[in-house]
Ligand binder design. Structure first.
Ligand code: HPA
Length: 275
């Protein structure tokens, strides 16, 4: 396979040729059922993943599979409408390729949303949770293998991964709008099964507040490339304590996420407008 740097260069120059003179400053990755934020983007360019060299193609029906360039809150952004999940069969390098592309297109901060199961009895279905730390339980690592010093260090430090200033701004925006918003630790699992009651309990005990099947690989690669990160979950179902767990389908997750979506859009778009 071609070297990652060569593929990145080809993808980035292809996109730059299309979007010039537009230059995004912020990147946005939208989670399951949370794609409607794109309706509030003043769109300049919209490109199907299938038309982007080296881009994986999205398979989940709730995801649109488009790279969108435009303005949100008056700021130039690039949004990934439809992300790539490890459970779909993509490698960690494929899952995180778009983050690297967005970074090389010039973004300074990455905003991520996702749907997650709550592990904290105070975080109820429909509530938001701004991620302030994570526990990575994925079985593979996006930085495993050859390190490209041009992109970042071999052993990235993870102490200041989630920006406290951005998180406080996000909390303040949520409070101003009367949106239930917590902060907490996101546990990343490979999926595609949801958790057994014993697994939810385990993740609660080890310090998790929410669990989901995405986000952490992208955040690791963002940190590797020295990007600032803001990530926010919608709790779509409750995993702890065991008595409150209910059977949950993809349709349930999408329904709760779609209902909460305007709240996530408010937080992310006001945050970007205020930067
Ligand atoms: N577990 C894992 N991923 C999820 C969940 C869950 O309960 N809900 C939404 N995504």
């Amino acid at each position: 396979m071609e070297n990652l740097l060569v593929r990145l260069k080809e993808t980035v120059s292809h996109l730059e040729d299309i979007i010039a003179p537009f230059k995004p400053r912020y990147g946005v990755i939208l989670g399951t059922g949370l794609g409607n934020l794109t309706d509030t983007i003043d769109i300049e360019h919209e490109i199907d993943y299938a038309d982007i060299p080296h881009f994986p193609v999205s398979t989940v029906k709730s995801h649109k599979g488009k790279l969108i360039f435009g303005h949100l809150g008056g700021k130039p952004i690039v949004a990934l409408a439809g992300r790539f999940h490890y459970y779909e069969g993509y490698s960690m390098q494929e899952v995180t390729f778009p983050v690297r592309v967005m970074r090389l297109l010039g973004i300074e901060t990455l905003f991520i949303s996702n749907a997650a199961g709550s592990l904290n009895p105070d975080i109820k279905t429909g509530h938001l949770m701004i991620i302030n730390d994570h526990i990575n339980l994925m079985p593979d690592h996006p930085l495993r293998g050859k390190n490209y010093e041009e992109l970042g260090p071999r052993f990235p430090d993870m102490l200041k991964t989630y920006d406290p200033k951005l998180n406080q701004m996000g909390l303040d925006i949520a409070a101003k709008h009367g949106i239930e918003c917590h902060t907490g630790v996101y546990v990343a699992v490979p999926g595609p099964t949801l958790e057994t009651p014993a697994e939810y309990k385990y993740m609660h005990i080890i310090g998790g507040d929410a669990v989901g099947m995405s986000t952490v690989p992208e955040i690791i690669v963002a940190k590797h490339m020295d990007l600032k990160v803001f990530a926010i979950s919608v709790a779509t179902d409750m995993g702890y304590p065991p008595e409150v767990i209910q059977e949950t389908s993809l349709e349930d997750v999408i329904q709760v996420a779609t209902e909460a979506e305007p709240k996530v859009t408010t937080v992310i778009s006001e945050l970007i407008a205020n930067l």
